[in-house]
Design a protein around this ligand. Sequence first.
Ligand SMILES: [Zn+2]
Length: 350
Amino acid sequence: MQEDNVAAHLESCSSPVAAEANVSPEKKRKVNKTSYENHSWITKTTDGYVCSVCQEFGIKGLHEKGKSKGTWVTTPLSLGQSRKLSDNASKHANSAAHQAAVAASQLMRGPGPLRQLVRASNEADVRDSHATKTLFRSAYLMFASEIAHTTHWRELVSTVAASDSSGRLTKFLTGCPANAHHLSSSAVTSILEAFGQAIESEMRERLASVTEFAVMADESTDKSHVEKLSICVWYLTGTKVVETFLGCWSITSTKAGAVHQAIVDNLAKFGLSEEQLVAASFDGAANMSGERGGVQALLKKAAPSLIFVHCRRNLLQLALVRVSNAIPEMKQVLMQLTPYIHCFLTVLFG
Ligand SMILES: [Zn+2]
């Protein structure tokens, strides 16, 4: 009833993991008199035997530094060593690394201040993550509704905290130090930037498989008189055309060369290059659509078969403006319809 029996039993064990768990205490006592009784930490996996204590509580790097080179922890003791399981287990039990792990496990599992601290810290983590989720949802509501987020952030968070009957968020906000309560306008800007980064990385993954695409871009000046360039791409997924808004960036000049460079640079952020372009669509401005020196012409240098289309949405806009200028009644109808169209689009696309 020595190692041979232990090995035979372990080999016949149906579950590849945690052989101990599948053995009734009585049977285990009869069969595993040596290794398992002496070393309750032995766990059998499909790759070999490991030490459950060292795996959970081992001090990082300590096992690899010893003679064992990580055996029982990062490198399971091979199943072929079953015959010498007892000897190997005893050696491991006497190693400094194992004893340190046992001491750590006793500290963590036993009653005492350390355990209480760990539990309190875990509970605080759960509470904090709840509060953070609520803050993120509140911020997202404002971004999606295009509400000025920095000016309304504190009011919104206060309202949400007041309507939370569990008082979790209030406790979180009042319990944090002043530099970590997430109520400043820079906190909401950071959340907005984090959303942006997450969306950008998701888009990068989605666009990684795109081989050919069309680009739509437009530049205009914002309220602060800063020139902005927005870019959309169109590509095929199977037979479905997908339109993706990549973003809006500041540009230093509206000259064709600068706009072209900005388009190329920003496409590159998503792993797209101008050589992959099959079509482009801009408004009728000479810097964008010009056949000789416009962005269209510059893109064609890299993608000679590129098809240029004067943006149909821009043409519709021009037609509507011209009609409304000529017919006052039409202008009134369009002015009254605009907020409804905006509302409809917001409901439709968020
Ligand atoms: Zn160990």
